[in-house]
Design a protein around this ligand. Structure first.
Ligand SMILES: Nc1nc2c(c(=O)[nH]1)N[C@H]1C(S)=C(S)[C@@H](COP(=O)(O)OP(=O)(O)OC[C@H]3O[C@@H](n4cnc5c(=O)[nH]c(N)nc54)[C@H](O)[C@@H]3O)O[C@H]1N2
Ligand SMILES: Nc1nc2c(c(=O)[nH]1)N[C@H]1C(S)=C(S)[C@@H](COP(=O)(O)OP(=O)(O)OC[C@H]3O[C@@H](n4cnc5c(=O)[nH]c(N)nc54)[C@H](O)[C@@H]3O)O[C@H]1N2
Ligand code: SF4
Ligand SMILES: [Mo]
Length: 673
């Protein structure tokens, strides 16, 4: 691979420079044209091994959002929703340091999102644990996203990351995609899948929504939400009975118990968990049994669904049984890296030896601590320091989140104002990823150098600098004078990063953090079974838009993306819509937690009896309908498949089909996007 271009920002000079996309966990490298110190266009980088020179439309339009409505200087407010006052960095940081010094450390919470570099994350983790003395530090983006996936991978493969790489896709004879929709969520990965399929790789799509990816599948298994364990364990049973498992797997820890567990799943039990026919399930089991080079990937359908941790264990157990590669990508650009850096309560996600090494260097590390979801939905945080995120939009029960923020001293290190920063006491402006320096670790665990493609437009500072300054005001030194100083500490301390060569990173080369499996073992789980749907109810599920990223604060600023997306709509299977005669009419959708209203429209991805709604709709929010419940294992909200009632005026509309999920199959056309 080539060296990164050297970035020189001279007034009026026109240079091409490389930067990392700020959005998803593939972390594609993009080529920016920079004029007068500003990115004026974004293009592909043909030498990028991740995007293969074909990043997606969101990445290719990011320059448009970089200068719209950015937070340019620190802001403080006198009291909640008080008048904002622009101040210098020194004053802002002194206010924050004073608040930290005067608080009980147990009441202080650091929430780090996947939008910062590894260096930013490590400096914040260290500041929380060793300077402020609080165990409450969390990878807040993973907590509402792939935490349960990472836990399952750590438990089964000994490493909290996917075992495979994107390049492996071309080598597979079978790919099982469970609850993930790479056609919309990871387009460069989807291109690889499509190319592999053209060369003969079979693709099984397993999900509860006939998402766009099912178009590129040889077999689509539509599963009742929560029915994943039954389906996956039936497949595993067939593999074991036909002795079609990987060599030596009988010797892996927990194999006997696992075999006993899956033997409880026959075709009748598994077929009850399906919306499709048992014949399809038998065919899926045959394909898995016959595969010699299998890959699996999972997504939010599992992590956010009722199957949750149990479904993920079942999936990765099956992968272990088959010796399959795990190809699960990650949501935000550096959510893998932030987790690797130890952003978890009390550094519990590190092994004992690594924790003691960190203590030796940093000083005592407090144990205990709670997750950020617990803090916002049930705790009473005194002080919250968060990097870029918008929990008022992205967490369940926005009202409960607002209450927690109103009762805490909130510091947001962020790039744009949003609903959450409205409730911040101090706002510290930070750069976007293409303006940062350091490293990120993508969903393959590929460690990528990050160089500023363009300078930040105002007085933005990265979090490793903010953390260093805060420590200094609090009378301590982190001792970092450059991002590279932090990179060196990462290589010394972070589990799995010893193989990373800082010199190679400095010359623009990607590196790899350790990948599993290391001491693999099978893990059992309690099967939750398919969800019960109360009579007359529909099941509500959220969808991601190909034009928007999450809540869309950034992508709605890009004209082409905003133009391409329609207004909010309550999406139903076209047959339900037709039988009820409500096409285009405004309907009200209510859960026990709240209601939203929008016109009803047809979408072939939605099975009968389900309601779909896009997460990026900002006026009527999906999360108003999500109850503030967290999964017992990963403390992740259960965002998907919420029983809801639908009303037209005062009249309640019940699903016309007797059975939820009946006849879900329809041709997926352009309307499905
Ligand atoms: N365009 C775009 N790309 C994105 C994002 C974005 O907002 N927009 N967000 C990024 C982020 S943060 C993330 S985490 C990833 C998410 O990307 P994915 O992990 O692919 O998750 P989702 O798009 O939420 O898709 C989940 C799919 O799972 C299926 N499904 C839903 N519920 C269930 C269930 O209960 N069981 C099963 N078996 N399947 C189910 C449905 O088919 C649904 O389409 O995408 C990233 N990429
Ligand atoms: N109902 C429902 N809720 C969900 C999900 C779901 O599928 N359904 N998905 C969950 C998942 S998987 C995730 S990861 C979370 C995400 O949760 P959040 O991270 O809270 O969600 P966003 O809406 O992306 O947050 C937007 C904030 O990030 C800032 N931002 C955006 N891009 C950048 C950038 O490049 N750099 C910096 N520094 N800041 C940036 C914006 O200014 C804005 O302030 O949402 C979760 N919430
Ligand atoms: S959003 Fe993801 S797939 Fe698209 S360009 Fe950015 S990193 Fe690549
Ligand atoms: Mo995510």
């Amino acid at each position: 691979m080539r060296r990164n271009d050297i970035n020189i920002f001279k007034a009026n000079a026109r240079v091409a420079s490389l930067g990392i996309c700020p959005y998803c966990g593939l972390a594609c490298r993009l080529r920016f044209e920079v004029r007068g110190g500003r990115a004026s266009s974004t293009g592909p980088d043909p030498s990028d091994p991740v995007s293969g020179g074909s990043p997606c439309i969101r990445g290719l339009s990011v320059h448009e959002a970089m200068y719209r409505g950015r937070l340019m200087a620190p802001i403080v407010r006198g009291g909640k929703r008080g008048r904002p006052r622009t101040v210098g960095w020194r004053e802002a940081l002194e206010i924050v340091a004073r608040e930290l010094a005067g608080s009980d450390p147990e009441g202080v919470h650091f929430a780090i999102s996947g939008r910062v570099t590894n260096e930013d994350a490590l400096a914040l983790v260290r500041t929380a644990l060793a300077i402020v003395g609080t165990p409450n530090v969390d990878n807040a983006s993973a907590r509402v996203c792939h935490s349960s996936t990472v836990d399952a991978l750590r438990e089964i493969y000994g490493v909290p990351a996917s075992t495979g790489t994107l390049d492996d896709i071309g080598e597979l004879d079978l790919l099982l995609l469970a609850g993930t929709n790479p056609a919309v969520d990871y387009p460069p990965m989807y291109s690889r899948i499509s190319r592999a399929r053209a060369r003969g790789t079979a693709v099984i799509y397993m999900g509860s929504v006939a998402a766009e990816t099912s178009r590129a599948s040889d077999l689509s298994l539509l599963v009742r939400p929560g029915g994943e364990v039954a389906v996956l364990n039936y497949i595993a049973r067939e593999v074991i009975e036909s002795r079609a498992y990987a060599d030596g797997v009988e010797l892996v820890d927990g194999f006997r118990e696992y075999r006993e567990w899956v033997m409880g799943y026959d075709l009748t039990r598994a077929a009850d968990a399906l919306m499709g026919s048992p014949g399809e399930l038998r065919r899926a089991a045959e394909l898995v049994a016959g595969s010699a080079r299998m890959g699996v990937a999972s997504g939010m359908g599992l992590a956010h669904g009722p199957g949750g941790c149990a479904a993920l264990r079942s999936l990765y157990d099956l992968a272990l049984l088959k010796g399959a590669r795990v190809l699960t990508m990650r949501g935000l650009v550096n959510v893998q890296g932030v987790g690797d850096m130890g952003a978890c309560p009390g550094l519990r996600c590190w092994d004992d030896a690594s924790r003691s090494r960190a203590e030796g260097r940093w000083g005592p590390i407090p144990g205990g601590g709670i997750t950020f979801t617990d803090a916002l939905l049930g705790g009473s945080p005194e002080v919250i320091l968060m990097t870029d995120m918008n929990p008022v939009h992205s967490m369940p029960s926005p009202r409960a989140v607002e209450r927690a923020l109103e009762n805490s001293f909130v510091v947001c290190m962020c790039s744009y104002p949003n609903e959450t920063t409205e409730l911040a006491d101090v706002l510290l402006p930070t750069p976007l990823m293409p303006e940062r320096e350091g490293t990120v670790t993508n969903g393959e665990r590929r460690v990528r150098p990050v160089r500023p493609a363009a300078p930040p437009p105002g007085s933005q500072l990265q979090e490793w600098r903010i953390a260093s300054e805060l420590a200094r005001i609090l009378g301590r030194e982190l001792g970092y004078s450059s991002a590279m100083d932090v990179t060196r500490e990462i290589v010394e301390l972070v589990p799995g990063y010893r193989s990373v060569d800082p010199g190679a990173l400095a010359s623009g080369l990607d590196q790899w953090a350790q990948k599993g499996p290391i001491s693999p073992r099978f893990a059992l789980a309690t099967d939750p079974g398919p969800v019960d749907v109360p009579p007359g109810s529909w099941l509500l599920v959220d969808l991601r838009s190909p034009h928007h990223f999450l809540g869309g604060e950034v992508t709605w600023r890009v004209r082409s993306l905003a133009r391409a997306s329609g207004g909010p709509a309550v999406l139903m299977n076209p047959a339900d819509l037709e039988e009820l005669g409500i096409e285009g009419l405004r309907v009200r959708v209510c859960s026990d937690a709240g209601c939203l209203e929008a016109p009803a429209r047809g979408s072939a991805v939605i099975p009968r009896g389900f309601i779909g709604y896009h997460l990026s709709n900002r006026r009527a929010r999906y999360n108003d309908l999500v109850p503030p419940e967290l999964s017992g294992c990963s403390r992740t909200p259960r965002y998907k498949f919420i029983p809801v009632r639908v009303y037209l005026g005062d009249a309640q509309l019940v699903p016309p089909s007797a059975e939820i999920g009946a006849a879900p199959r329809a041709e997926i056309g352009a309307d499905s996007l």
